[in-house]
Design a protein around this ligand. Sequence first.
Ligand SMILES: NC(=O)c1ccc[n+]([C@@H]2O[C@H](COP(=O)([O-])OP(=O)(O)OC[C@H]3O[C@@H](n4cnc5c(N)ncnc54)[C@H](OP(=O)(O)O)[C@@H]3O)[C@@H](O)[C@H]2O)c1
Length: 256
Amino acid sequence: MYHPALFKGMNVVVTGGGRGIGLEVARQFLDCGARVLVHMGRTIDRERHDFLELAASEGRAFLCAADFLVPGGVESLADEVRSRFESLEALVNNAGTMVGRFAAAELTDEDYRTVVQLNQTSVVEMTRAMLPLLRKGTHPAIVNTVSISARSGGSTGSSVYSATKAFVSTYSKALARELAPEGIRVNCVSPGTIATDFHARYSSPEKLEATRKTIPLARLGTAEDCAPAYLFLASHALSGYITGQVLEVNGGQLMC
Ligand SMILES: NC(=O)c1ccc[n+]([C@@H]2O[C@H](COP(=O)([O-])OP(=O)(O)OC[C@H]3O[C@@H](n4cnc5c(N)ncnc54)[C@H](OP(=O)(O)O)[C@@H]3O)[C@@H](O)[C@H]2O)c1
């Protein structure tokens, strides 16, 4: 674990923080002293972990919900952030999912729009909305979740999802260059195959076992494996000279 005061006095937003990778990222930011607005996902009425309840009762965590597929959903989250924070040190755009596996010939217009809105457009919208607060932050940073599939192309039925992650990867690099003069760093974490609800929904146990055998470290990843990479990239003290990069967290599954 990083130093418990690494993010003391700093404001952080984590989207998709109600479960999986985002939940662990939120936990580790809280453990390092940050005030964290945790976007729990589409609803706030989900099982809450004790650490979140405790942090919320102490005024260190602010829990809210917003559906990014509903018109105005991202803006409602941005309003919530503005009502809590006057400045922002770290924005973690993490909410997203595959939505489904779609064969190219069967993909409907609605499927396409849904995958793109959730994994691509919402990142652009949230980033744009948060820039005024980030500009007021101390050594601000944006950390976006992409995916191993952005480089590998992903597996069957994930073509549009994988392409949205490649979009976010490229967008982040362009943004890193654009915002560097203002001292705002932009980087990505690219998870490999991480055991969360994500794969419980979209991959069979047999597929996951076959994948596991291709990973040099011989196991699937966990949210705990991923979270430190987010804190590292958000911290000026740890990564102040790193911007426009993608940190692959995949047990060696993809080396390039
Ligand atoms: N697990 C992996 O192997 C893997 C690999 C590469 C990249 N990733 C990426 O890592 C990120 C986190 O994934 P995860 O594995 O932690 O998955 P997860 O457990 O399914 O969590 C996904 C998060 O995104 C939120 N979300 C989904 N649909 C949403 C919507 N319409 N509006 C707002 N929020 C929504 C979820 O909220 P709800 O609870 O409301 O659904 C949840 O908080 C995603 O961007 C994913 O694409 C995951």
